[in-house]
Each structure stands twice: as structure tokens, then as C-alpha cells.
Design a protein around this ligand. Structure first.
Ligand SMILES: C[S@@+](CC[C@H](N)C(=O)[O-])C[C@H]1O[C@@H](n2cnc3c(N)ncnc32)[C@H](O)[C@@H]1O
Length: 258
């Protein structure tokens, strides 16, 4: 996955650890979308994550994430069996977006919502808690889909539809709202996303909300000049420590006249 190489240093404290891991080879890795059954992924996630909550911008949402007490925080990286565990981190952009949704439930109530690049599923959970009528969590990582289902259950919610195909560039579907937490970390991805969002807005009048902590790739991208800032949140101390150099995270509306 080339995107991990392009991520700014400040956002990859955890992922760097796993990058080493993926550059080495040994034994039982599940690559190229050949994954074990969901039950085995669930067991793996249960055994290798910790329940978290209070440390984020949304303490009311509980998540299974990597913490320093998890085995793979210290384990020999070549033993990690899956693709990059982006789902095991609650990213600052997703935290701000989820906080905004929880503070403004009318944005999601009764709506058909897509959380694209859903990772751990926190923004989809926030949408569900606010009464969204239908939610799709989309992430190209199969393990993220299982983690999202588990995190919904952890919060006493029925899991959403979890899609793992790449929707960017596909025929736009009739979503009222698309949520994008920390999805502007790679220029090429951001440009593809921008073009696809335009077609979603043109075809269905879809509303788009973006959470981002001010990453360089986001700030310098063309779409940034077309956004309207809705909210800014100071990141909790522990999140700042894990994301060196980041202090705030914002939520933006992308509502261009097309
Ligand atoms: C930085 S993480 C953000 C996760 C989550 N939104 C959050 O804020 O915590 C980016 C996520 O996007 C996913 N992703 C990358 N490219 C994607 C694509 N084309 N379609 C869907 N998901 C994608 C990755 O697998 C990863 O889980």
C-alpha cells in the first residue's frame, strides 16, 4: 500500500512500527484480500486490541484499538498477519468529525450516510447514535470491516452494512451524507476523492463532511480552498502525544456549486 509511505511523519507514529513489519516477510500473512473467516479475524482483534474510550474527543464511543499494552506494540513486526492496521487507530480527523456529528445530531438524523475510509468505524457509530436511517461503512481493508462490526456491537448497536470494495470512482449512490475522517493524507487519493465527491454532489446533491487535523496534503490540496469550516476541536493531550505536532482538528463542509 503506497499511501503509507506518503503519510506525514506526524501522523504515523503507530503506522511506522507496522511499516517495518510489512517490509519483512515470514510465514503466515494474509495478503491480496485472501483472508481467514471473519470469526478468526474477530478472535485476532479481540486478542490484540484493548477497549478504549475516555482518551478521545468522543468518550461516549468505545473502541477496540492498539494501545501500549497490546502485544503488537512490542511484538516482532514480521508476525503481524494482515495489511496496515489503520483501523486500530482512532485518527484525529475522525475524532473531530465524530464529535461534530454527536454535537449536531440533526445532520445525520433520518439520513442515508456513507462513512468512507471508516477504519475503526467511529464516525459511522456517531451517525448511528444520532439516528441515521441507513449507514454504510466502507473501507478497502477487510479487517477494518470486521473491526467496525465489533465496535458497533461494543456500543450496543446493530452493525451497519460494511463494504470493502473501492467506491471511489464508482457510479454515485444516493447517499444524503458522506463522512470522511482523515482521508486526505495522500495527494493522489485526495484528487480521486475530490473528483468522485463532485460527481456524488452533482448526481444526488449529497452533503459532504470532512474531518482533518491540518495535514500538509490536505492544506495544500485544491479542495481545501473550496471548504467551509464548521468546527475546530483541541485534541486531548494523549492524542497530541500520539500525533506529534498536531494540536487541533477541524470539520469542514464541502458544498460547492456545481
Ligand atoms: C487514516 S485512516 C482513517 C480512518 C477513520 N476514518 C478515522 O478517522 O479514524 C484511512 C482509512 O481509509 C481506508 N482507505 C484508504 N483508501 C481507501 C479507499 N479508496 N476506499 C475506502 N477506504 C480507504 C484505509 O484502509 C484506512 O482505514
Amino acid at each position: 500500500m503506497t499511501t503509507r509511505l506518503l503519510m506525514p511523519r506526524s501522523c504515523t507514529q503507530y503506522v511506522k512500527l507496522f511499516y517495518k513489519l510489512f517490509t519483512q516477510t515470514q510465514g503466515h500473512r494474509y495478503l491480496s484480500n485472501v483472508y481467514p473467516p471473519a470469526e478468526r479475524i474477530r478472535k485476532f482483534i479481540t486478542e490484540n486490541t484493548e477497549l478504549t474510550g475516555e482518551q478521545s474527543l468522543t468518550p461516549e464511543i468505545r473502541l477496540r484499538l492498539f494501545t501500549p499494552s497490546c502485544r503488537f506494540w512490542r511484538e516482532r513486526p514480521e508476525l503481524w498477519p494482515f495489511d496496515d492496521p489503520y483501523w486500530a487507530i482512532y485518527w484525529p480527523g475522525g475524532q473531530a468529525l465524530s464529535r461534530y456529528v454527536l454535537d449536531n445530531p440533526e445532520v445525520c438524523r433520518g439520513q442515508t450516510v456513507l462513512d468512507l475510509g471508516s477504519g475503526c468505524g467511529a464516525s459511522a457509530i456517531a451517525a448511528k447514535l444520532c439516528g441515521a436511517a441507513h449507514i454504510v461503512a466502507n473501507d478497502i481493508d477487510t479487517v477494518a470491516a470486521v473491526a467496525t462490526q465489533m465496535n458497533f456491537e461494543l456500543n450496543g448497536l446493530e452493525p451497519p452494512a460494511c463494504l470493502t470494495e473501492n467506491m471511489i470512482g464508482s457510479e454515485p449512490e444516493a447517499f444524503n451524507l458522506i463522512l470522511l475522517g482523515d482521508m486526505f493524507y495522500d495527494e493522489a487519493l485526495a484528487t480521486d476523492l475530490h473528483n468522485w465527491l463532485d460527481s456524488c454532489i452533482r448526481t444526488h446533491g449529497t452533503k459532504v463532511l470532512i474531518g482533518d487535523p491540518g495535514r500538509a496534503q490536505f492544506e495544500s490540496h485544491h479542495i481545501r480552498r473550496l471548504l467551509h469550516q464548521l468546527a475546530q476541536f483541541e485534541l486531548p493531550e494523549s492524542v497530541r502525544e500520539e500525533n506529534y505536532g498536531l494540536t487541533c482538528s477541524s470539520v469542514w463542509c464541502y458544498c460547492p456549486e456545481l
